[in-house]
Design a protein around this ligand. Structure first.
Ligand code: WTA
Length: 647
């Protein structure tokens, strides 16, 4: 058990475990009172009349927060800070170019957001319209998302590493009539052709997208389609610096964010305004123990939920200084993060275990040659952190002086759910520790019974609602109910397996479904499989996870080739198929290992035995279990031999 550090506890918002326990008890005894108080963090145009409502009807699930309340998320993240701290830096943009930073004050942020809001309005965007944003980590991304919030448009941000096809699917599903992109992105010294990808995606959706607004990030010229494409800087120059903020209902949608599930296409998780923002602000302050003078850096990409909640909405709602990091952890070398910390005096740093592992393996000197003395709190998110990696983060990066917060949450939860509080919770490396106030995790057995007590395991579910909870899946409420509330009625199903140890600490042990966690990013095996079978070379494909030193989980694909492709050069086929996945989904989904196999292990009823494929992928050949019931056991022997031979 790693004790809480006195120096951190002394100035913390919650400074003892007793204080945490008292707060927790109060939050579950009187949730309405507790959350009503948290909602007061925000400026409301009209105060909410009720805290939480639930509609009861057979076969569906429906809840809402802060009914009757009216507010605007951009107002809360920007305008209200201008009077008090107008000159304070809201955003520090850390450019891809080493050592180059741009500071944007709250005052300037307001003007930029208003200008972009006026541009969107000039192109016909109104309350409730969807705007798709496909931008790299540049300030215009923050301006655009807040501009949407300001005028009540719903943003749908697509990570700039996704392919044209993924972008197209998301534009189509959300029905976005405006796409905001850049001529190019710049990352790790390499350019990313965002406009070209956007053109492909937009051309594929007919005339759905009326306007493409393009940010100029590099000097590269790109073709602009007359009547459809406009430059943001030219449009913005024509606009006023002020724009009225739309009065939004607490339950009006704020954004859609697509995430992978175990079946089908990615689903558009919908977050609303009042509850989400309350929860993002509350958790950001509590978990990162944020104070007025902090320099806070979450180095995720805004294309993921971590960036939404903990680069933009949480920090800005709290009037903090937040960093937008455009580059990568290893560019130009493994000191990049710590150079950023020293250059800016970062006090709170938030990243993913995969990045820490990638840096750790290159040796301590990349870290130790930097000072890092400004750091106070170090966070992780996205996947379980290996205890050894936790210790290294603590001892080497944090010099043994920083609090580590291992934060468990999901796109659907809107914000952090289980995490230590830096001034209060003694840590156990590898455990996300205890639930935040207001959050009631439960472990449920496969029959749907709550598993009581400690030293137990089960399916991690959440009892009751919390303000940051996703309200629906865009355009498919039935799927929302089905995925999260049907298997264990009465609970929200997280999809994670979990252990609660003898001290009541939570340990996430993996997914219970076919979702892979690759470098902290969620990918459905079904998505990768359908990308593979979409190629004429593939008759059938099965995808499983495999242990990977840096990514946590790597992608292992098994493909049966169509007759015309069976005789082709193996290495070539493998290359073609890896490229296929990259093109259909994006580079993050590229299989780490792809095998061409003569068949797949199937039961006599034709079901693929993934359990066996996972064992082979992990090189656990002696642990395959009973294979005699398979339709054709010889397939397994052949796959094992080929796997051993590295084919
Ligand atoms: C996993 C990211 C262990 C988990 C915010 C979850 C974690 C999924 C942790 C959500 C953690 C996230 N420890 N596992 N601290 N944080 N996960 O939606 O499997 O991209 O269900 O949200 O990541 O991923 P998502």
């Amino acid at each position: 058990m790693e004790p809480v550090k006195d120096a951190i506890a002394k100035r913390a918002h919650v400074g003892t475990i007793g204080q945490y326990r008292a707060l927790y008890a109060q939050s579950v005894e009187d949730p309405a009172g507790f959350w009503a108080k948290q909602a007061k963090r925000l400026d409301w145009f009209v105060d909410p009349l009720v805290v939480r409502e639930e509609e009861e009807a057979e076969g569906t699930v429906d809840f809402s927060w802060f009914g009757g309340g009216k507010l605007n998320a951009a107002w809360n993240c920007v305008d209200r800070h201008v009077a008090e701290r107008g000159d304070k830096t809201a955003i520090i943009w850390a450019k891809d170019e080493v050592g180059e930073y741009e500071h944007i004050s709250y005052r300037r942020l307001k003007q930029e957001v208003c200008r972009v809001a006026n541009v969107l309005r000039a192109h016909g965007v109104r309350k409730g319209d969807r705007v798709c944003i496909y931008l790299p980590m540049i300030p215009e991304l923050a301006f655009t998302m807040l501009a949407c919030a300001r005028i009540g448009a719903i943003h749908s941000i697509v990570f700039a590493g996704f392919s044209a096809e993924s972008l197209k699917d998301r534009i189509e599903d959300a029905g976005a009539k405006v796409l905001v992109t850049a001529n190019e992105g710049l990352r790790g010294g390499k350019t990313i052709p965002l406009k070209a990808t956007s053109d492909k995606a937009v051309d594929a959706v007919g005339d759905l997208v009326e306007t493409m607004i393009v940010v100029r990030r590099t000097e590269t010229e790109v073709p602009m389609k007359a009547g459809r494409d406009v430059w943001l800087h030219e449009e913005a120059a024509r606009q006023r610096l002020s724009c009225p903020a739309e009065w939004m209902d607490a339950e009006d949608p704020l954004y859609i964010l697509y995430t992978s599930g175990s079946t089908g296409k990615p689903k558009g998780v919908l977050h609303t305004t009042g509850g989400y923002l309350t929860y993002a602000a509350f958790t950001h302050e509590l978990v990162f123990d944020v104070h007025e003078d902090d320099i806070y850096a979450c180095v995720a990409d805004i294309g993921w939920v971590t960036g939404h909640s903990y680069i933009i909405y949480g920090p800005l709602a709290n009037g903090a200084t937040t960093v937008m990091f455009e580059s990568t952890p290893l560019y130009p070398d493994a000191s990049r993060y710590w150079r950023l910390v020293d250059d800016l005096g970062v006090t709170i740093f938030y990243t993913a275990p995969t990045a820490i592992r990638a840096i750790e393996r290159l040796g301590d000197e990349w870290v130790t040659k930097t000072s890092r003395k400004s750091l106070r709190i170090l966070g992780t998110v996205g996947e379980p952190i290996n205890p050894g990696v936790w210790q290294w983060y603590h001892d080497v990066v944090g010099n043994g002086k920083c609090a580590i917060v291992d934060t468990w949450w999901q796109t659907e939860t809107g914000g952090i759910m289980i995490s230590p509080l830096p001034g209060a919770t003694p840590c156990k490396p590898g455990s996300a520790t205890l639930p935040l106030p207001g959050i009631q995790p439960v472990l449920v057995d496969d029959e749907g019974n709550e598993v009581e007590g400690n030293d137990v395991r089960g399916n991690l579910c959440i009892k009751g609602s919390w303000p940051g909870q996703a309200r629906t899946i865009w355009g498919d409420h039935a799927r929302f109910v089905d995925v999260y509330f049907t298997r264990f009625p009465g609970y929200y199903l997280t999809g994670d397996a979990c252990r609660r140890d003898e001290d009541g600490y939570y340990w996430i042990t993996g997914r219970i479904d076919d979702v892979l966690n690759v470098s902290g990013h969620r990918l459905g095996t079904a998505e990768v499989e359908s990308a593979l079978v979409a190629h004429q070379a593939v008759a059938e494909a099965a995808v499983v996870g495999m242990p990977h030193d840096v990514k946590g989980t790597g992608i292992h694909a098994y493909c049966i080739c169509t007759p015309a492709w069976e005789e082709k050069d193996r290495a070539e086929v493998i290359d073609v198929l890896k490229k296929q996945v990259r093109e259909v989904i994006g580079a993050i989904a590229t299989p780490d290992r792809l095998m061409v196999v003569p068949g797949l292990p199937k039961t006599r009823s034709g079901k693929i035995m993934r359990r066996i494929l996972r064992k082979i992928a992990a090189a656990e050949y002696d642990d395959l279990g009973d294979i005699t019931t398979l339709a054709d056991p010889s397939v397994v022997e052949k796959i094992v031999d080929d796997h051993k031979a590295g084919k």
